[in-house]
Design a protein around this ligand. Structure first.
Ligand code: GAR
Length: 206
């Protein structure tokens, strides 16, 4: 299966996918495109280091959402990707890419949806909010993407205990290592194997 990975920052989730294509559970998966919302993203270096084609398509370089959305669609179509993976991608996708790739876009979110998600809940913020609420578990969610933040059908979730001396940073690191870097490749595996069915907005793994 050919995939496109969308990034905005450090790209540790991209790295987890790359590592799995080399000697893990995704050896039959090819990353045909890394699309970044920012030219500063370190994820672009990870793509270059691994000879993966990359492109920067930044909302601020276009004078309308429509033109930006068209450019995103064009880049993905040209790449031949069958699945789009949002791996730390922080822009809300435009309506055209969402409808064109309906049920073929997944996102990793660093909390147990429906907690600590939605507009403004990205990066370190869900972890700050989780500690401020005093939750005793948190984790990560892989879900399909619709036109709203963090709202589509949930495919996989994994939890960790919140420890008494956790800081937002320590919780973030533990969730990345123990949850995100595992369930994102696992979700791609399930989709590549045709094991995921969506009915009435609910995901089933068969
Ligand atoms: C990850 O924790 C990812 O779950 C989160 O941004 C981080 C990106 O890290 N995504 C969101 O908050 C999306 N709402 P990475 O660039 O090292 O993969």
């Amino acid at each position: 299966m050919k995939i496109a990975v969308f990034v905005s920052g450090g790209g540790t989730n991209l790295q987890a996918i790359i590592d799995n294509t080399k000697d893990g559970i995704l050896q039959d998966v090819e990353i045909v495109l890394v699309l970044s919302s920012s030219k500063e993203a370190y994820a672009l270096e990870r793509a270059a280091d691994n000879k993966i084609p990359s492109v920067v398509v930044s909302r601020k370089d276009f004078d309308s959402i429509e033109k930006w959305d068209d450019a995103v669609v064009e880049a993905v179509e040209k790449s031949g990707a069958e699945l789009v993976v949002l791996a730390g991608y922080l822009s809300l996708l435009g309506p055209k890419i969402v409808s064109r790739y309906s049920n073929r876009i997944i996102n990793i979110h660093p909390a147990l949806i429906p907690s600590f998600c939605g507009a403004g809940m990205y990066g370190i913020r869900p972890h700050k909010a989780a500690l401020a609420k005093g939750v005793k578990v948190s984790g990560a969610t892989v879900h399909f993407v619709n036109e709203n933040y963090d709202e589509g059908p949930i495919l996989l979730q994994k939890a960790v205990d919140v420890l008494p001396d956790d800081t937002p940073e320590s919780l973030q690191q533990r969730i990345m290592k123990e949850c995100e870097w595992k369930i994102l490749p696992q979700a791609i595996r399930l989709i590549a194997d045709g094991r995921v069915i969506i009915e009435n907005n609910i995901c089933y793994v068969r």
